[in-house]
Design a protein around this ligand. Structure first.
Ligand code: HEM
Length: 349
């Protein structure tokens, strides 16, 4: 069994781990392994929103085409995913997530891409656009996979580890995060609005936490598929709605329960919860204490322990705790409940 933290990122702990020396995880899990020279990655969420559930209006279709072309330019992302959901205000939101494992490329690419996505030409009453981006150092994100199908930032990794020790118990996520060896990751001042005409910038919050926690039921069938769709998914859905509607009181600034889209724009059998949190502690507390996640954690643990590698439901997550200077939040023409505007707009305080 391996440590989730690679040797080159290991340091003498000043923050105690939750891992017990005798711990044997009840089922196998793996983490993404990057080359040691990957000192920083970038994860940029390019969002477009429009009212209703229909086909995207022309400005959104044009913006998505421009984004695809911009992503294909030199220095563009090495991996992208597209996903959508309908938010609590009835707006369809289409998000393209772009990933880099070399932030020199990202930094070269970003200025023009930002202008392409949020420039004056995008201002329209038919749609809103946003960028929510983090560029964490390698010590500030961690991943976990119940299987060998890589998703998200891990697509850019060298590969997956062997079985890791630090999972299957509360606090595993923090034990896998290199920065948490020596840093309690206390949250800074809450996000605040800085305005630039029709555009809203949100000042970042030190140690803001991001999770993308994914489910892939593509390969399931029969009982396993029914068990996921009939028993697990409704509980997950309830948990995601709780975070969306009532999360703020427990430190969840915004939650999106998203469906991954294929190249043809049709939904795949893949979803993920994506949320911004005041702190990693708030996220961990929800995961440990809230009945929805407690239930799915218990159900998934039993299920993965019983099926082991034969389980065809695939679970993964990536958790980032970003320093203030590693964040960029910007919104053009979006409604005030969008992303971090939900906490930063004075009318929402
Ligand atoms: C069907 C959906 C889900 C299932 C079956 C599930 C199951 C699990 C399991 C089994 C673990 C323990 C992993 C390990 O350490 O081996 C876990 C951890 C965790 N999950 Fe979920 N989960 C789901 C969705 C979510 C979502 C959507 C979120 C948040 C948006 C989330 C947040 C977390 C967090 C933060 C942890 C780490 C807790 C810690 O280390 O203390 N999960 N989940």
């Amino acid at each position: 069994m391996e440590s989730a933290i690679p040797r080159y990122l290991a340091s003498a702990r000043t923050q105690p781990a939750k891992l017990k020396p005798s711990w044997q995880p009840p089922y196998p899990s793996y983490v993404a392994r990057f080359q040691p020279q990957v000192s920083r990655v970038a994860m940029a969420y390019f969002g477009a929103q429009y009212p209703g559930e229909g086909r995207p209006p022309a400005p959104v279709r044009a913006a998505l085409a421009d984004l695809a072309a911009t992503c294909a330019l030199p220095d563009g992302p090495r991996h992208t995913d597209r996903a959508s959901y309908i938010d609590e205000n009835g707006y369809t939101t289409v998000v393209t997530i772009a990933y880099w494992d070399d932030t020199t490329h990202y930094d070269n690419w970003f200025t023009n891409a930002r202008e392409m996505w949020l420039g004056d030409q995008r201002a329209t009453s038919d749609a809103g656009f946003f960028i929510e981006a983090v560029r964490p150092s390698a010590t500030r994100f961690e991943t976990l996979f119940s299987n060998d199908r890589r998703e998200g930032i891990a697509v850019l990794a060298d590969g997956l580890s062997g079985e890791v020790r630090e999972h299957g118990y509360w606090g595993g996520s923090r034990d896998r995060l290199p920065q948490a060896q020596t840093d309690p990751l206390a949250p800074g001042e809450p996000p605040a609005l800085t305005t630039d005409g029709v555009r809203h910038r949100v000042r970042a919050q030190h140690n803001l936490c991001l999770i993308r926690s994914g489910q892939d039921w593509t390969d399931t069938d029969g009982d396993e598929r029914n068990r996921y769709l009939d028993d697990v998914e409704p509980v997950l859905h309830a948990g995601m709605e709780f975070l969306r509607d009532e999360g703020r009181a427990i430190g969840c600034y915004n939650n999106r329960y998203m469906r991954v889209l294929g190249d043809d724009g049709k939904p795949l059998d893949k979803s993920f919860g994506m949320s911004w949190w005041r702190s990693m502690t708030a996220l961990d507390d929800w995961a440990r204490d809230h009945p929805t996640h407690k239930n799915i954690f218990g159900e998934a643990t039993r299920y993965l322990s019983a099926l082991g590698p034969a389980a065809r439901l695939r679970l993964y997550h990536e958790v980032t705790v970003a320093a203030a200077e590693e964040q960029h939040f910007e919104y053009l023409g979006c409604h005030p409940g969008t992303g971090l505007l939900k906490v930063a707009m004075p009318e929402n305080s």
